[in-house]
Ligand binder design. Sequence first.
Ligand code: PMP
Length: 417
Amino acid sequence: MTNLSPHLRQATPVVAVRGEGVHLYGEDGRRYLDFTAGIGVTSTGHCHPRVVAAAQEQVATLIHGQYTTVMHRPLQQLVAELGEVLPAGLDSLFFTNSGSEAVEAALRLARQATGRPNIVVCHGGFHGRTVAAASMTTSGTRFRSGFAPLMPGVVVTPFPAAYRYGWDEDTATRFALQELDYVLQTISSPADTAAVVVEPVLGEGGYVPATRAFMEGLRERADRHGFLLVMDEVQTGVGRTGRFWGHEHFGVAPDILVTAKGLASGFPLSGIAASEELMSRAWPGSQGGTYGANAVACAAAVATLRTVGEERLVENAEAMGKRLRAGLEEVAAEHSCIGDVRGLGLMLASEFVTEDGRPAPEIAARVQQAAIEEGLLLLLCGAWNNVVRMIPALVIDEAGVDEGLRAWSAAVRAGVS
Ligand code: PMP
């Protein structure tokens, strides 16, 4: 009998037959509250009627336009509508299909545009699974081991992960910036450095928000040394953090912005945005692809952007994120094994630790499994897989948050005992 490869460890035994809003329906007849959103993808919820309608219409009109052969209407619309939400000056776009591909597009652009070889990445960052993106990924050896030799020219600098260091945010930020200066002085001189790549909130690395001073420090060094600041907003973009882009929390904009996941509510679409001046430094024909900017994905993305705007989903993510966080903090207060609750907007997590503060992946796994019994689907993250994350669709309402918190509270009680 054929089967999926065993290396694909599915987090739940659920066989999903239907999705609607924040819920998935299983073959087992049960309804599950989906706090995974397909790893932060179904931003407008499962099968939002507007996204469904746009995709259905596009399927019947033109499925594959092939954007290096022809322009097509959904792509024209998407370019125009992304212009409404992108930071000022990032007016040139290039589309791919997955987060990893978009990260690679940013990497290639940074190298061609600067003529410099090295990419500085933040420790704990996750940027994807293709070999170049995996080379830039330092959120867990499981994403790298056995793939050597990885791409050379990647240099790792600390991220201000205050809880992990056991420091306050100011101390962690000061340390991270000092270390970056040291890296630039000792390993990768500015003349060799094409870009620094950062997630506004470390995603797979444990849902750790950056700090304003850290992001300002990166911007200042990029400007001073003439390298590029790349923000991987694959997970933090499109309203997830309670702002349209995660970097808006810090008042610091990138030179290259990488987007994917929530952009098309579940259709494969990703891309990078930069200034036209920067993008024009990419060598003609050096980037492209057969499937990039698929017409159905673009139509779904346009519907997603309109839905996010008209249903005020960014504001909703902020409000519901506050409510969810307050509930998570209440649960944490009752359980010493939850060492930290953190995140931004609807990108929240609880970190499980032992009595002496060491990572406790066994407890996190038990809680995750107990949550399934309670009808709540959750994912883990962090280097030790001891962080339980919550990334419901941005359409979640108060009843959904409260349903999730009831299940969470029960799952934690069951998981720790
Ligand atoms: N960057 C970040 C920040 C991500 O969270 C992810 C996926 N979790 C990726 C890149 C890779 O995206 P994909 O799996 O679509 O290649």
